[in-house]
Design a protein around this ligand. Structure first.
Ligand code: NDP
Length: 328
């Protein structure tokens, strides 16, 4: 058994330490599939883990990284064999199970999704958990019955990872997308992604009225707090908002008014423990409904040695779109 390169997090007397170092293969955790990791990505949660800003890591030592794409090296799982191209998102990787910022990962075969036909491992990680979560939100809105003819959809945190992919996908599906951002300088970027309107996030960040003017049929929110409360109070009768994030806070200072007076629904989105069949649907829909040219435009590539620095930037809201991490 040898060693491989990895971003390792250890517990310190105060908080945690993080370093790009060699990791002993013998320390890999249980799993029936060993994957040669080729690409990973940087999500908001990865930023929290590598900076130690929030206690997302719950086992030490930990290898950070919640997303991987790569090739199966060894498998005792009936569904997978050496050479298969796979994607793995969440399931506790980088939190309770050794994660993706490493040349090797050992995971459960039941966690893996086959890389969709025609999609490269790099593209899959340009999408990453952020993009796959955006698609889970789109699927939830569709399941609720939303369609483009019912009115606009608002996307908050639009210049971020979830927001950028949500904007691109919804516009391709024919929705009138209202993109909300704190970076109005990125209005051109958001319009190129397909936003029909770009609004300043200050419009949605103050205290919410129980009900306000009906502005949209639905929304995808990665911000939480008063922003989500405003989204709900401005949603049209019978509409729905998919909540997936907390970039502005975990609270929800809202009222029941949108639910009981307008029949509005709040749809919860979780990517980490999402059942495998829904994951497969999401990835196949991403292969179909996300414009690859736009994906390329929103993607910025870094090396494993740049992840720790980029982690602080994503928490500061300074990352536009998506970051892919080249592992091999
Ligand atoms: P990013 O940092 O890429 O995007 C977040 C965006 O939110 C920022 O770009 C910014 O957009 C906006 N934002 C940041 N801070 C604030 C603030 N204080 N007030 C209002 N808006 C703010 O992160 P991701 O897209 O990767 O993740 C977004 C959120 O979704 C995170 O909270 C993350 O934890 C959560 N998430 C949840 C998942 C789940 O399974 N439920 C899976 C993936 C992510 P702009 O500059 O346009 O205003």
């Amino acid at each position: 058994m040898g060693t491989f390169k990895a971003i390792r997090i250890d517990k310190a007397e105060k908080g945690t330490t993080v370093a790009l170092t060699q990791f002993d293969e013998a320390e890999l955790m249980d799993g029936d599939v060993t994957v040669r990791v080729e690409w990973s990505t940087l999500n908001y949660k990865d930023g929290l883990a590598v900076t130690g800003k929030a206690p997302v890591v719950r086992r030490f030592p930990m290898i950070a990284g919640i997303d991987l794409a790569g090739t199966v090296e060894q498998s005792s799982h009936p569904q997978w064999k050496a050479g298969d191209k796979v994607v793995c998102n969440g399931w506790g990787m980088g939190e309770t199970h050794l994660g993706a910022y490493a040349e090797k990962a050992r995971v459960k075969g039941d966690w893996l999704v086959r890389l969709p036909e025609g999609m490269s491992a790099r593209e899959a990680m340009a999408i990453g958990t952020a993009g796959y979560t955006a698609m889970l939100a789109v699927l939830a809105l569709e399941k609720h019955g939303l369609a483009p003819d019912q009115g606009p959809i608002v996307v908050t945190g639009a210049a971020g990872g979830v927001g950028s992919v949500a904007t691109a996908v919804l516009s391709k599906l024919g929705y009138h997308v209202i993109a909300s951002t704190g970076r109005m300088a990125e209005a051109g970027y958001l319009k190129d992604l397909g936003a029909a309107e770009v609004i300043d996030r200050n419009e949605l960040s103050g205290p919410a009225k129980p009900l306000a003017r009906e502005r949209w049929a639905g929304g995808i929110d990665s911000v939480g707090s008063t922003t989500l409360a405003n989204l709900l109070s401005m949603t049209k009768y019978g509409g729905a908002v998919a909540a997936c994030g907390l970039a502005a806070g975990m609270d929800l200072p809202s009222s029941v008014a949108p639910f009981i007076l307008r029949g509005v629904c709040l749809l919860g989105i979780d990517s980490v423990m999402c059942p495998i069949e829904l994951r497969k649907t999401a990835w196949n829909r991403l292969a179909r409904d996300l414009d690859r040219r736009k994906l390329t435009e929103i993607t910025h590539e870094i090396g494993l040695d740049e992840v720790i620095g980029a982690g602080s930037k994503i928490l500061a809201g300074q990352v536009r779109g998506r970051i892919v991490v080249k592992i091999l």
